[in-house]
Ligand binder design. Structure first.
Ligand code: ZN
Length: 198
């Protein structure tokens, strides 16, 4: 990319390191940013830094939030005895969009993947088990239907079974390998309602 100035090349390089941004998009974004007003660029940069600084894990469910407890864990309207286990904060957001789930969540931040060298200790699993010492009635496992998601679901159900707490898995109406966040609300609800005990 010698035909661009160093600064522009660096900007393109940084942007193309982001997920889903190829070099074409990165170039387009870079030139868009260069053409923005300086105040706008400053605001964008500050928003990035502030978000990084202030966003943290909820102490209870480990979703991303900017407070000690997320709004869901804080709410007295939610059923705190039912925990839905999801892989990522974006999966939680997908279920929240349906507006029909009244329990709380637990965000693992990943799934077990022997192939990628991700073990149970690399996701927020210890934290889930710790929560089960409280008054919990049901754990709904809503990890993705990918190989990693299924492996994780099986692992979790084996861990929980001895505690006597009800464990269920969302129905597999969800396409195999499908990321929860891309599935429409009706399918998500059907998957939740059709969950089966493990
Ligand atoms: Zn929370």
């Amino acid at each position: 990319m010698d035909y661009y100035s160093n600064q522009i090349s660096r900007l393109i390089e940084e942007l193309s390191a982001l997920p889903g941004i190829g070099s074409k998009s990165a170039t387009r974004l870079a030139f868009h940013i260069i053409n923005m007003k300086e105040a706008e660029v400053k605001r964008l940069a500050e928003t990035l830094v502030e978000a990084k600084k202030n966003v943290k894990y909820c102490k209870e469910c480990y979703t991303l939030t900017d407070d000690d407890l997320c709004p869901i864990c804080k709410s007295s309207k939610r059923d705190h005895q039912t925990i839905m286990v999801v892989e990522h904060t974006r999966d939680l957001a997908a279920y929240e969009k349906t507006g029909k789930y009244e329990g709380v969540y637990h965000v693992l931040h990943g799934a077990i993947s022997p192939m990628l060298g991700i073990g149970p200790e690399d996701i927020k699993l210890k934290e889930l088990i710790k929560r089960l010492e409280g008054d919990i009635k049901e754990v709904i496992i809503a990890t993705n239907s990918s190989l990693e998601g299924e492996t994780t679901a099986m692992y979790i159900s084996k861990l929980i079974k001895p505690t006597g707490i009800k464990v269920s898995r969302i129905a597999s109406g969800v396409p195999v390998g499908g990321d929860l966040e891309y599935i429409d609300e009706v399918t998500l609800l059907r998957a939740l309602e059709g969950r089966t005990s493990l």
